[in-house]
Write a protein that binds this ligand. Structure first.
Ligand code: HEC
Length: 77
């Protein structure tokens, strides 16, 4: 269900959603737990995270963090 906004490969398809591919697992865990507890608020993510178990959060964080991302800085002229 995350793919609707964050993309099949963790590169976001919804314009207001961040890319999750390659994001640090500990950071993803912390954000999902913050959404779940209400410490971080967002109308969509708060609802989505509310039903996630610790195991699901750990699995999702591991999965997104393991997506390999190659970043190329822009060439500005
Ligand atoms: C309806 C669209 C939608 C769906 C579905 C969705 N997200 Fe999100 N997600 C968002 C948006 C929008 C944000 C940005 C929230 C903000 O602005 O604070 C976000 C933020 C996040 C963040 C914080 C990223 C950061 O860089 O701070 C994580 C982690 C995350 N989502 C994980 C998930 C996971 C895992 C799922 C599936 C269980 C999921 N999301 C499903 C829209 C969605």
């Amino acid at each position: 269900m995350c793919t609707v906004c964050h993309g099949e490969n963790g590169i976001a398809v919804a314009p207001n959603a961040p890319n999750l591919a390659g994001e640090n697992a500990a950071y993803i865990v912390a954000q999902l737990k913050a959404f779940r507890s209400g410490k971080r608020q967002h109308e969509q993510m708060s609802i989505i995270a509310a039903d996630l178990s610790d195991t699901e959060i750990a699995d999702l964080a591991r999965w997104y963090s393991l997506i390999k991302v190659v970043a190329t800085p822009p060439k500005l002229d």
